[in-house]
Ligand binder design. Structure first.
Ligand code: CP
Ligand code: NVA
Length: 307
């Protein structure tokens, strides 16, 4: 049987996503009670880009699941001789229980998955960051008690991996996802359509708009991310265009009174978010960062038991 992979947020159906989030909550309560990798089995965690949270949470989580993390920070050590991902997949899958990869193009991780007999997990690509969204959904559940019917407004670079993952993952969770971004930074139209199709089945909705104040109106969750993602250039121009989309105290005033603020981190204070909001009472970013651990443990556990 072919393994289940998690390459983009909609690789889990709404029911499966809920199962993983339920498991994440249970695993958070009983942190050392689940040992699917006891043996121990090795899980490869590969990085083509820098990372703090993803690296630490996968390393820690795999150990807590009874496994051995094989963390490779510079994938050129593995692939620097021009070997294709399809070959590496067939070397790794005979030895490890799962492959976690942070890389550039989505096509690369799709190639790895297509040739791997073990689950492949997207630890961030240029296109998606689905593990982050699981942690974010867990955080929203903890704070608001649900995801269905919750309005989440993402403000900033609407064309990046986080925006695209909020669209797919949020729609899967039955949320009303609004993206506020200027022209040239709007989400990919194909993904917007795909997210709308998911939302039509879950009772959610998706909307891309340009006015940040209108987008935040009544929102239960405000999310943002860096304006310059890893590998992108043109910082000065990006900052100039995106400055009106800063998440600051004035913008947050338009949200629901008990709204929470998410940021996947690292945060650039004074750019996409002010220090006042990031460190303020609505911010749940430290829970969000911790939940990477629990959500990813649950995901790995779920994937290896659904082959
Ligand atoms: N949020 C997140 O993925 O952080 P890192 O890039 O530090 O892993
Ligand atoms: N959009 C950001 C997310 C970092 C976790 C990036 O890709 O750099």
């Amino acid at each position: 049987m072919s393994p289940r992979h998690f390459l983009r947020d909609d690789d889990l159906s709404p029911a499966e996503q809920a199962e993983v989030l339920d498991l994440a909550a249970a695993m958070k309560k009983d942190r050392f009670g689940y040992r699917p990798f006891e043996g121990p089995q090795t899980v490869a965690v590969l990085f083509d880009k820098p990372s703090a949270r993803t690296r630490v949470s996968f390393h820690t989580g795999i150990g807590e699941l009874g496994g051995l993390p094989l963390v490779v920070d510079n994938v050129s050590v593995l692939m620097g001789r021009g070997e294709p991902a399809s070959d590496l997949a067939r070397v790794l899958d005979r030895q490890v229980a799962a492959i976690v990869w942070r890389t550039t193009g989505q096509a690369l991780i799709e190639e790895m998955a297509a040739h791997s007999a073990v689950p492949v997990v997207n630890a961030l690509t240029d296109d998606f960051h689905p593990c982050q969204i699981l942690a974010d959904l867990q955080t929203v559940r903890e704070r608001l008690g649900r995801t269905a019917g919750v309005t989440l407004t993402y403000v900033g670079d609407g064309a990046n991996n986080m925006a695209h993952s909020y669209l797919l993952g949020g729609a899967t969770a039955g949320m009303h996802v609004r993206i506020a971004a200027p022209a040239g930074y709007q989400p990919d139209a194909v993904l917007l359509d795909q997210a709308a199709a998911i939302a039509a089945r879950t009772g959610g909705s998706v909307l891309a708009l340009s006015d940040p104040v209108a987008a935040v109106q009544g929102a239960h969750v405000i999310a943002t991310d860096t304006w310059v993602s890893m590998g992108q250039d043109g910082k000065e121009e990006r900052v100039n265009v995106l400055m009106p989309y800063q998440v600051n105290a004035e913008l947050v005033e338009h949200a629901a009174p008990d709204a929470v603020v998410l940021h996947c981190l690292p945060a650039y204070r004074g750019y996409e978010i002010t220090d006042e909001v990031l460190e303020g009472p609505r911010s749940v970013v430290w829970d969000q960062a911790e939940n990477r651990l629990h959500a990813q443990k649950a995901l790995l556990h779920w994937l290896v038991s659904h082959r």
